[in-house]
Design a protein around this ligand. Structure first.
Ligand code: NAD
Ligand code: UDX
Length: 464
C-alpha cells in the first residue's frame, strides 16, 4: 500500500518538524498538519518563514522548501482526516493535574478526543499512528474507541514514537539513530500498515535503522529511552555534589567515566537539572504505571531520578543565597538563559523557572535575558506556579533583551542555559558594571573558571 496523503494532528514541537521533514523527503506525499490552536497554525503559515512558532536550527529552510508544495498547515481537522490514508497523532500528553493519577499519570484526554474525531469523520480505511509518547497499552484503548464509535471502516494502529531532541530536531530527524515502528505484525493487515510506514521513512532512512516490533514494546521503549537518558543526567548530577565536597571535578570525572566504551560519553554533562517537556513527564508516567501493577521497587527506583533532579535545582538556588551572605532580599540577580536547553525557545519544565521561583521566595529582584524566549512566556511560566500574584511577578521580575543591561548593577549572575553567546560575552565589562563582590554561578559548566577568577569574579560552577 502506498501512502499519498498524511494528516498529522498537533502542530507542536514534534508534529511540526517531523512532518516538515517527511514532506521534504517524500515530495509525492501530501502532508497536512492540523491543530486547534489558530494562532499556532497562522504562525506556521506566516509568509516570513523565520516567524514559524518553533525555534529550531535548520527548520525554516525545510519548511520553506516544502510548504505550499506538499506541506500544509490548517485548522480544518475534519477535512485533513477525511482525505488522509495515514493519520499521525502528535498532540500533547502532559502530566495529569487533577483526579486519579494527579501529578503522575499522562493525561490522555487530547488523545481520546483525536480518536473520537477520527472515528466520527473517517469514511475510508485509515492507518492511525501514535506519534505522541503514550503509556504502554494505549493502542488498545485507541482501537476500542475507533472500532466502537467509527463508521465500520478498518483502522490499523501503529506506534511510532519520536526520539528527536529539541535544538537538534532537524538533524535528529534527517539522520535518526533508529526509527521505531510497533504494529500488529502477526496479522496481514497489520503487517501491511507497518510496511506502509516503513516505506515512508525508507525515503531517507536506511532500512537497517528501521526497527519493527510489537505495539507494546514500541510504546514502552519510548518511556524507557527517556528514563535511561534522564537517569544518566541525575547520576552525574549526584556526583557533582560529591565533587564539590571532595575537590574532584565533575567534568574530569565524566570524561574519565565516559571513555569506557561500555558507558559512553553522551548525557554525562552535569547541570542545574534537566528540564523539557519529556523527561519528568515520562518518568512520572513510568512510575505511575509500575505502581499500578504493584511494582513498588521498580517505581521507587525510577522516582529517585526525579528526586535527584529536584534536589539539584534547589541546591543550586540555595547555594546562591548562602554565598550572598545568606540573604538575597532586595538584591538584583541576573539570570542568563530561560530555555530548558540551548537552541530552543521551549521553556517547559526549565530549571530556570524553579531557580527564579526559589530566589523570588527569598525576595530577590530578578532580571532575565534569553536570546529566544519572549517576555510573555517567562511571566506565563512564573504565573503557572501560583507562588505569588501575577502583579508581584511583574513587579519583581524584569525581562530585557540586552545581556549587558541585565547584568548591570547585579549582585550575582546565574547562567541557566548553555547558549553559545554567553561564552563570547565581554566578561571584563560585565564585571566592571556589577556590584562587588561580583558573584557568578555557572549552572551549565559553560564558562572557564580561570579567566573569570582572574577578572575578579567569585566564581561557582556545578561540580567543582
Ligand atoms: P506541543 O504542546 O508542542 O504540541 C501539541 C499540539 O497539539 C498543540 O499545538 C495543541 O494545540 C495540539 N492539540 C491538542 N489537542 C488537539 C486536538 N484535539 N486537535 C488538534 N490539535 C490538538 O507538544 P509536543 O512537544 O509536540 O509533544 C507532542 C507529543 O510528542 C507528546 O506526547 C510528547 O511527549 C511527545 N514528544 C515530544 C518531544 C519533544 O521534544 N517535545 C519529543 C518526543 C516526543
Ligand atoms: C529528550 C530526549 O533526548 C529525546 O530523545 C526525546 O525524544 C525527548 O526528550 P529533549 O528534552 O528535547 O529530548 O532534550 P535533551 O537534549 O534530552 O535534554 C533534556 C534536558 O537534559 C535539558 O534540560 C538538558 O539541558 C539536560 N541535559 C542533557 C543535561 O543536563 N546534561 C546532559 O548531559 C544532557
Amino acid at each position: 500500500m502506498r501512502i499519498r496523503n498524511i494528516c498529522c494532528i498537533g502542530a507542536g514541537y514534534v508534529g511540526g518538524p517531523t512532518m516538515a521533514v517527511i514532506a521534504q523527503k517524500c515530495p509525492e506525499i501530501d502532508v497536512t498538519v492540523v491543530d486547534i490552536n489558530e494562532k499556532r497554525i497562522a504562525a506556521w503559515n506566516d509568509k516570513n518563514v523565520e516567524n514559524i512558532p518553533i525555534y529550531e536550527p535548520g527548520l525554516p529552510e525545510v519548511v520553506q522548501e516544502a510548504r505550499g508544495r506538499n506541506l500544509f498547515f490548517s485548522t480544518d481537522v475534519d477535512a485533513a482526516i477525511d482525505k488522509a490514508d495515514m493519520i499521525f497523532i502528535s498532540v500533547n500528553t502532559p502530566t495529569k493535574t487533577y483526579g486519579i493519577g494527579k501529578g503522575m499519570a499522562a493525561d490522555l484526554k487530547y488523545i481520546e478526543l483525536c480518536a473520537r474525531q477520527i472515528a466520527r469523520v473517517s469514511k475510508t480505511d485509515k492507518i492511525v499512528v501514535e506519534k505522541s509518547t503514550l503509556p504502554v497499552r494505549t493502542a488498545e484503548a485507541l482501537k476500542n474507541i475507533l472500532d466502537n464509535t467509527g463508521n465500520g471502516v478498518n483502522f490499523q494502529i501503529l506506534s511510532n514514537p519520536e526520539f528527536l531532541a529539541e535544538g537538534t530536531a532537524v538533524d535528529d530527524l534527517m539522520d535518526p539513530d533508529r526509527v521505531l515502528i510497533g504494529g500488529d505484525i502477526d496479522s496481514a493487515k497489520g503487517k501491511e500498515a507497518v510496511d506502509a510506514l516503513v516505506n515512508v521513512y525508507a525515503h531517507w532512512v536506511p532500512k537497517s535503522k528501521i526497527l519493527t516490533t510489537n505495539v507494546w514494546s514500541s510504546e514502552l521503549s519510548k518511556l524507557t529511552a527517556n528514563a535511561f537518558l534522564a537517569q544518566r543526567v541525575s547520576s552525574i548530577n549526584a556526583m557533582s555534589e560529591l565533587c564539590e565536597k571532595t575537590g574532584a571535578d565533575v567534568t574530569e570525572v565524566a570524561k574519565a567515566v565516559g571513555m569506557d566504551s561500555r558507558i559512553g560519553s553522551k548525557f554525562l554533562k552535569s547541570s542545574v537539572g534537566f528540564g523539557g517537556s519529556c523527561f519528568q513527564k515520562d518518568i512520572l508516567n513510568l512510575v505511575y504505571i509500575a505502581k499500578s501493577f504493584g511494582l513498588h521497587e521498580v517505581a521507587d527506583y525510577w522516582e529517585q531520578v526525579i528526586i535527584m533532579n529536584d534536589h539539584q535545582k534547589r541546591r543550586f538556588a540555595s547555594n546562591i543565597v548562602s554565598s550572598l551572605f545568606n540573604t538575597v532580599s532586595g538584591k538584583k540577580i541576573a539570570l542568563l538563559g530561560w530555555a530548558f536547553k540551548k537552541d530552543t525557545n521551549d521553556t517547559r519544565e526549565s530549571a530556570a523557572i524553579y531557580v527564579a521561583d526559589y530566589l523570588l521566595n527569598e525576595q530577590a529582584e530578578i532580571v532575565v535575558y534569553d536570546p529566544k524566549v519572549k517576555e510573555e512566556q517567562i511571566f506565563a511560566d512564573l504565573d503557572n506556579l501560583n507562588s505569588r500574584s501575577e502583579e508581584e511577578n511583574r513587579k519583581r521580575v524584569t525581562v530585557l533583551n540586552d545581556p549587558y543591561e541585565v547584568c548591570r548593577d547585579a549582585h550575582a549572575i546565574a547562567v541557566l542555559t548553555e547558549w553559545d553567546e554567553f561564552k563570547e560575552m565581554d566578561w571584563g565589562k560585565i564585571y566592571k558594571d556589577m556590584l562587588k563582590p561580583a558573584f557568578l554561578f555557572d549552572g551549565r559548566r559553560l564558562l572557564e573558571r580561570k579567566t573569570k577568577e582572574e577578572i575578579g569574579f567569585e566564581f561557582y560552577a556545578i561540580g567543582s
